[in-house]
Design a protein around this ligand. Structure first.
Ligand SMILES: C[S@@+](CC[C@H](N)C(=O)[O-])C[C@H]1O[C@@H](n2cnc3c(N)ncnc32)[C@H](O)[C@@H]1O
Length: 396
C-alpha cells in the first residue's frame, strides 16, 4: 500500500464519526491492557487495532482503499496489474489439472474483478475462484463489486470461511503478509527488549521489558543467520506470526503455485545496520507517518516483509521457491508490454492515465522495486515467465 498523494507532515483531523470509532477502539485496547496487568506487547496492540472483532481497522466498515480511504494497492491503482497476473496464472494453471484460483485477503475485490474479466477475454476462466477474507465488511463489499462489475462471472466466485485443507491450483496473496502483527524489539543496555504498550492517563505509550523467551529465541535466530549481534539502540520488528501463517498456506496447497506480493526485502536488507528504526509505517488518509499508537482502529499499520524468513518457513513446510522478483520485473517479464500493445491507438487522455498507472506500478521509487513477488510451488512445476529473468531467489 502507499499513499496516493502525501501532502506533508500534518495529519488531517478525523471526521466526527471516525473519531468516535477510534475512541471505542481505544477503550477496547485499554480494557485489554488492564486485563493483562498494565501493558500488552506491540504485536497484541497491532492485532487488536487491525482485527478486534467489529472494531479493528480491517474488520470495521471504514473506507480504506482508494482516493477516499487511506492507501492504494496495485490492483486499485491499475487493471494492468491484474491483467498481467491473469496471464501468469494461466501459464501456471496450464500445467495443472485443477483449474482453480484462490485469493487470500481480497480487499475491495478489485483484483478478482480484473482477473476474471481478463481470464474470460483470453478464454481461460477457472472453474472456481475462491476468496478467503477475514473481514465480514470487506467480504460484503467484494460480493457487491463482483456482482456489479462482472455479473456473468461472479457465480464462479466462492467465499471460504477458512483455508481449504487440500487445494490444487493458483493461490494469490497481495499485500496480506504486511498486515500481520509484528513484535517491535530493541537492544538496550546490551539486553534484547520487547516493546510494550501501556495506558498513561488516556494516552498510549511505549515501554520496554525484557524480551520473553519466544521472542528472544526468534531474534537470536536472526542474529545467528546474519552472523552478528544487533548493536545497542538498534530497533526493528520481527513477525512471529509469519511462520505459522505461511506454513498453513503452503500445507493447504497440494499442487500448484502461490504468487505472493508484498513490500519487503531480504533478511540482510531488513536488518541492515543503517535500518536501525525498523519498517513500521502508518497510513491515515494518504498520509504516511511513524506513530502507530495514535488513531487506533482508523489508521492502517503495516511493516515490510522479511522475504528470507518467509522463504525459509515456506521451504520447511514443503514448498520450492519458483522465483523472487521485483514487481516491476514481474510485470515486465509477465506481459505488461503486450497489455499496452494498443496504447498508441487510445485517446490521448487514456494514454496519459495508463502511463501514469504503469509508472506507479513499475518505477523503482514507487511500487516497482519496493514490492516483490515470491513464487512458491508444490509439485513438479515450471516457473511461469514472470520469474524467467532477474530472479533474485539466490539472495534470499
Ligand atoms: C492491505 S489489504 C490488501 C487487500 C488486497 N489484497 C489488495 O491488494 O488490494 C490486506 C487484506 O488482507 C486481509 N487479511 C488480513 N489478514 C488476513 C488473513 N490472515 N487471512 C485472510 N485475509 C487477511 C484484510 O482483511 C485485507 O483484505
Amino acid at each position: 500500500m502507499q499513499p496516493e498523494h502525501n501532502t506533508g507532515f500534518a495529519l488531517p483531523e478525523p471526521d466526527p464519526e471516525s473519531a468516535a470509532h477510534s475512541h471505542r477502539v481505544a477503550n477496547y485496547l485499554r480494557e485489554r491492557i488492564a486485563e493483562e496487568g498494565g501493558s500488552i506487547s506491540f504485536a497484541e496492540f497491532m492485532q487488536h487495532a487491525l482485527y478486534a472483532p467489529g472494531l479493528g481497522y480491517y474488520v470495521s466498515g471504514t473506507r480504506k482503499f482508494g482516493a477516499g480511504g487511506d492507501f492504494v494497492t496495485a490492483p486499485e491503482i491499475s487493471p494492468l496489474f491484474g491483467k498481467v497476473l491473469a496471464r501468469q496464472t494461466t501459464a501456471a494453471l496450464q500445467q495443472l489439472e485443477a483449474r482453480q484460483i484462490f485469493e487470500l485477503g481480497a480487499g475491495s475485490g478489485a483484483l478478482a474483478a480484473t482477473m476474471l474479466g481478463k481470464l474470460a477475454q483470453i478464454d481461460a476462466l477457472p472453474d472456481r475462484y475462491y476468496i478467503l477474507e477475514v473481514s465480514a465488511d470487506l467480504r460484503e463489499r467484494q460480493q457487491e463489486r463482483l456482482e456489479q462489475e462482472i455479473p456473468d462471472h461472479a457465480p464462479r466466485v466462492e467465499w471460504l470461511a477458512e483455508l481449504p485443507e487440500v487445494f490444487s491450483g493458483v493461490i494469490i496473496v497481495n499485500e496480506v503478509a504486511d498486515a500481520l502483527p509484528v513484535e517491535r524489539f530493541a537492544r538496550t543496555g546490551g539486553v534484547l527488549k520487547q516493546y510494550r504498550v501501556s495506558d498513561d492517563s488516556g494516552k498510549f505509550c511505549w515501554h520496554q521489558a525484557d524480551a520473553p523467551e519466544q521472542l528472544l529465541y526468534a531474534i537470536q535466530s536472526v542474529e545467528e543467520a546474519l552472523g552478528r549481534q544487533f548493536p545497542d539502540n538498534y530497533r526493528s520488528e520481527i513477525c512471529l506470526a509469519l511462520t505459522p501463517w505461511i506454513r498453513e498456506l503452503v500445507e493447504s496447497l497440494r499442487e500448484g503455485l502461490i504468487f505472493l506480493f508484498d513490500y519487503g526485502v531480504t533478511r540482510r536488507e531488513y536488518y541492515a545496520p543503517d535500518r536501525n528504526d525498523g519498517w513500521l509505517r502508518c497510513y491515515f488518509r494518504h498520509h504516511a507517518h511513524n506513530d502507530p499508537l495514535i488513531l487506533p482502529g482508523i489508521q492502517d499499520l503495516t511493516t515490510s516483509v522479511d522475504f528470507s524468513a518467509l522463504a525459509s518457513a515456506a521451504a520447511d513446510a514443503g514448498a520450492d521457491v519458483a522465483g523472487f522478483v521485483s514487481q516491476a520485473h514481474f510485470l515486465l517479464n509477465g506481459g505488461l508490454q503486450e497489455e499496452l500493445a494498443d496504447f498508441t491507438s487510445l485517446p490521448l487522455e487514456e494514454q496519459l492515465e495508463l502511463s501514469r498507472q504503469a509508472k506507479l506500478l513499475t518505477l523503482p521509487a514507487e511500487m516497482g522495486e519496493n514490492i516483490k513477488c515470491i513464487g512458491l510451488s508444490r509439485g513438479n512445476f515450471m516457473p511461469p515467465p514472470a520469474f524467467h529473468e532477474f530472479d533474485r531467489a539466490h539472495a534470499l
